[in-house]
Design a protein around this ligand. Structure first.
Ligand code: EPU
Length: 335
């Protein structure tokens, strides 16, 4: 087995944080993953599975194996005049997958254009943007159980998907290694124009390409390109609170930004809460809050994961003191 030793993980996380792994392997075949898992278990090593590294905060070194899952391949498993079912290997980059599907006339992913990361990481946080979520298109997730090496196909219905949540983040954390996802896409466009920003920008007879183009444009306006400025997208989730609590908050903060979830709960715009605390664009040494989007923490270079987590804690404490709401960190933290 060709494991590299003492490898910098800086190129493998979009925040560009410094951390080293005792061992590193970029696996391109399932048999390699199985070999890796066997050795990890035999030698009782820590295992960190890395996809695109775009949702990862590294605040320490890995005293074991950092395993980059680089399985490739997009396979049409079923196609008829209405739909196409695709099995996508975990290492396929998500933005290219969305473009590929659009080009082939397979629709349903256009609102999720340009989300950094790999297909295999997408179910973990149930990626979502501009009114759509992966779970609406996902049929199943192919996995290898880490302790037994057994292959399983988990139906989407068993994954408990909700807003930025799944069992892969909760009960099943570190239990499975995702090797592929299976998506069902439509051949007749069914546009999702729920997001006001998207709707406004559409031509008279919009198509999926118009939605994709507008999503990419909006993302470019608000979200920094990780190649130019280290970031992991939204650093906090939008808090979901009881409508009653929101009503009390409204009495004090008349212009509170929120969305009714229709079930007695509302979702608050965390970016707004952070901005109201005067934290948008602040800098603490090498880390800071993005100047266009207060929900995005950035690494200007030369900083550490610890510094970023300290900044996150400062933001959480400030927001809680002002609004009584506790923000939850969205990316995976290794500290
Ligand atoms: N807002 C502010 N100040 C800010 C940022 C936002 O007041 O600095 C307000 C905006 O004015 C708007 C509201 O907050 O009224 C929502 O802002 P935005 O549309 O930018 O979206 P978001 O809720 O901050 C979420 C996702 C993004 C996704 C966008 C678009 C989460 C945690 N984030 O952000 O996802 O791209 O909606 O749908 O749900 C990600 O998960 O990494 C991510 C980028």
């Amino acid at each position: 087995m060709d494991w590299e030793h003492n490898v910098s993980l800086q190129p493998y996380n979009s925040l560009g944080l410094p951390a080293r792994a005792r061992f590193f392997h970029q696996a391109t075949k399932e048999v390699e993953l199985l070999d890796d898992l066997r050795k990890v278990i035999k030698d009782k090593l820590e295992l960190l599975v890395i996809g695109g590294g775009s949702n990862l905060v590294l605040a320490r070194d890995i005293d074991g194996l950092a395993l980059k899952v680089d399985l490739k391949g997009i396979e049409i498993v079923e196609e008829n005049e209405k739909s196409a079912t695709l099995r996508v290997a975990a290492g396929e980059p998500w933005p290219e997958l969305v473009k590929h599907c659009l080009k082939r006339g397979f629709f349903g992913l256009e609102n999720l254009s340009d989300i950094p990361g790999t297909a295999g990481a997408a179910p973990i946080q149930n990626i979502g943007a501009y009114g759509a979520e992966l779970s609406q298109r996902l049929l199943s997730v192919s996995v290898i159980e880490q302790t037994t090496g057994s292959r399983q196909e988990i139906p989407a219905a068993d994954c408990r998907f909700s807003y930025r949540q799944s069992r892969f983040k909760g009960l099943w954390r570190d239990r499975y290694l995702i090797t592929a996802i299976t998506l069902k896409l439509t051949k007749q466009p069914q546009l999702c124009l729920d997001h006001a920003g998207i709707q406004e920008a559409m031509p008279t007879h919009p198509g999926p390409e118009d939605v994709a183009r507008e999503v990419c444009r909006l993302r470019r306006l608000k979200l920094p390109d990780p190649k130019l400025l280290g970031n992991a997208g939204s650093f906090f989730t939008n808090p979901v609170i009881e409508a009653r609590q929101a009503k009390d908050m409204l009495a004090e903060h008349a212009n509170l930004r929120m969305y009714d979830l229709g079930d007695g709960r509302v979702k608050l715009a965390a970016g707004w809460l952070v901005e109201q605390c005067g934290l948008k664009g602040i800098r603490r040494g090498s880390v800071g809050v993005h100047k266009e989007q207060a929900l995005v923490l950035v690494h200007h270079g030369g900083g550490t994961g610890r510094q970023l987590l300290d900044l996150a804690e400062e933001i959480r404490t400030t927001v809680q003191a002002r609004f009584g709401v506790k923000l939850e960190i969205e990316p995976r933290v290794v500290a």
